[in-house]
Design a protein around this ligand. Structure first.
Ligand code: FAD
Length: 546
């Protein structure tokens, strides 16, 4: 039965049983009798999920989120280590032990306040951060149980509190304090720092952060991905006039055009964008910096005092093999943009963008982008979806959870294989992909074992669609139109530790600096850049008023 867990021989299936266990544990804790061994014996709480067969036919979120009982039980598994190894694993150094402790107490408002000290997008990060190779990899519980999958589910807990404070999940505003939570409350001043005010029924809800009085300085943010959103929020908070320029017709970056709805509901990103707008940030879409206006024009003619470049890494890589220009070959970027941003799954029922109605799909690659493409193809009705990857599952960069979900949904994994050419018919339509088999050799520069092709091992798989998901590079547009800006050999912008570029007043962060990376790293750089921009503009203002 789904969600059935065992503790010391007791089957725990229902909410009532979880409540009873929680009550017992809380009583034990109150009496000072809750020991490490008791915490380690609490069963890891499984994430409630949509049934795999049902979700093949819809785009709704797969993971449904913890119930309060699950969240508190999961939080009680935390050993509250003095040396907090989990924080070492967090790229933005969230005070994990403390927020998890607050959840265990049932004080979700305090947990959210702690998370928001370091992360502006907890509902996003709780869902998409690769916690299993960051905070959770270092968790003492996972290490003690010799299984990283049994570490405290920090990401799920982060998502839980973020969703409690949000109306986007259709549940209305949920209490941010649970029954039995002790009366400790953060002061009003601390709440305001975290951008919270008292909401309905005296409950704290996430609202609009305060903005300092106008400074008369103008900041341009180029790109509205996670880095751009954080940089816009933090520079606006300092009182600057902030405009976000976005090439697409909708803001949100990869969170909107790349990561599918079934992993990250778009309403969550939309809410963050609305918060920016409420703070007074101007968002200009369909504006391609480098085409509509150059950075030089923005600064010299349009009066922007500082610029943050957060344009991501949106240029798909191809394999450079025969047949890649046949009809039916997509880059993952195009496939996912059609499906997610343009809602091609509703083509003919409200959406204008078509997408191939494929029967047999080959997805090439082993990262999150490949998993997202394969799982999207399943939802678009493909009968067979093959994931072709030239190493083994162990070397796959995709999150373990995504691999697990893809398999549950029927994606067939073809490991140690890679396309040699794509074959088409006389109309130029894809009919098959010819692959070579591989074996693993010595480790390469990435530390992973190098895939070595086995000569003469060619074989064909009949397909009508091929999606190439082997990586993304920086789009060269900014480079071509911004003389004086320094780039490295891969086309990424060179910055110092404060995200300052080679041009005065110009800062950069996220994938355009790091190469294709992660949401949390982009956010972290957006925050560093915003702090540096605020310093730079404060000095510039002083200079002006002297
Ligand atoms: P991006 O999110 O890349 O956004 C950049 C924005 O800039 C875009 O909206 C683009 O349209 C705009 N832009 C580009 N050029 C211009 C221009 N010239 N003028 C104006 N605007 C411009 N990370 C995770 O942590 N977990 C995951 O599970 C995960 N899954 C992923 C799945 C997919 C399919 C993809 C593609 C990426 C995934 N990532 C994941 C990576 C993560 O999304 C990125 O690292 C992150 O979004 C980078 O943020 P960013 O701020 O640099 O910009």
């Amino acid at each position: 039965m789904a969600n059935t867990v065992r503790l010391a021989g007791i089957r725990i299936v229902t909410t009532e049983e979880r409540k009873r266990l929680l009550k017992d544990l809380l009583e034990k804790k109150k009496s000072g009798g809750l020991k490490t061994k008791d915490r380690l014996a609490i069963p890891p709480q499984p994430m409630p999920e949509q049934d795999p067969a049902a979700r093949r036919g819809n785009v709704h979120e797969v993971a449904r989120g913890y119930t309060p009982e699950q969240a508190r039980l999961e939080a009680m598994r935390c050993l509250q280590c003095k040396n907090t190894p989990c924080i070492e694993g967090c790229p933005v150094r969230i005070r994990i032990r403390d927020f998890v402790g607050a959840i265990a107490e049932g004080n979700y408002a305090e947990a959210l306040r702690i998370i928001k000290e370091n992360s502006l997008l907890p509902a996003v990060c709780g869902r998409v951060c690769p916690q299993e190779v960051q905070c959770q990899e270092k968790c003492t519980v996972g290490l003690s149980l010799k299984d990283v999958s049994k570490a405290v589910s920090i990401g799920r807990l982060e998502r839980f509190v973020a969703d409690r404070a949000s109306e986007v999940c259709g549940e209305g505003i949920l209490p941010l304090r649970d029954e039995g939570a002790p009366p400790s409350q953060p002061s009003a001043a601390r709440r305001q720092d975290a951008g919270e005010t008292q909401g309905r029924d005296g409950l704290a809800t996430g609202t609009v952060p305060e903005v300092a009085p106008p400074t008369g300085m103008k900041v341009a943010i180029i790109g509205s991905g996670p880095g751009g959103i954080v940089a816009a929020a933090d520079t606006r908070r300092a009182g600057h006039e902030v405009t976000v320029f976005e090439a697409f017709h909708k803001p949100g970056g990869v969170m909107v055009y790349g990561i599918p709805e079934f992993r990250l509901p778009k309403a969550i990103v939309q809410k963050e964008i609305e918060t920016l707008t409420k703070m007074g940030v101007r968002i200009v879409t369909n504006f391609i910096v480098g085409r509509t206006r150059t950075i030089e024009q923005l600064m010299k003619e349009d009066g922007y005092d500082a610029v943050y470049i957060g344009v991501g890494a949106g240029l798909p890589s191809f394999m450079d093999i025969e047949g890649e220009s046949l009809v039916g070959v997509y880059s993952a970027n195009e496939y996912l943009t059609r499906a997610n941003l343009m809602k091609a799954y509703e083509f003919g029922a409200g959406a204008d963008t078509p997408i191939a109605r494929s029967r047999r799909v080959a997805v090439v690659g082993g990262g999150n982008v490949a998993m997202d493409s394969a799982r999207t193809a399943v939802r678009l009705g493909a009968e067979k979806v093959y994931l072709i990857y030239r190493r083994t599952e162990q070397e796959m960069p995709a999150r373990v959870e995504e691999v697990h979900h893809a398999k549950q949904e029927g994606v067939e994994f073809h490991l140690l294989q890679s396309p040699k050419r794509i074959i088409g018919d006389d109309k130029g339509l894809v009919t098959a992909v010819e692959c070579l088999r591989y074996e693993l050799g010595e480790p390469d520069a990435s530390g992973r074992r190098r895939p070595v092709a086995i000569p003469g091992s060619e074989f064909q798989i009949e397909v009508d669609t091929v999606i190439i998901a082997i990586g993304n590079l920086a789009n060269p547009l900014i480079r071509q139109t911004t003389p004086g800006l320094e780039f490295n050999k891969w086309g990424n912008i060179v910055v110092d530790e404060n995200c300052r570029t080679s041009m005065e007043g110009v800062y950069a962060g996220g994938d355009i600096v790091l190469g294709a990376a992660t949401v949390i790293l982009a956010m972290g750089q957006g925050r560093i850049a915003a702090a540096a921009i605020n310093d730079y503009l404060a000095k510039k203002n002083e200079g002006r008023s002297r």
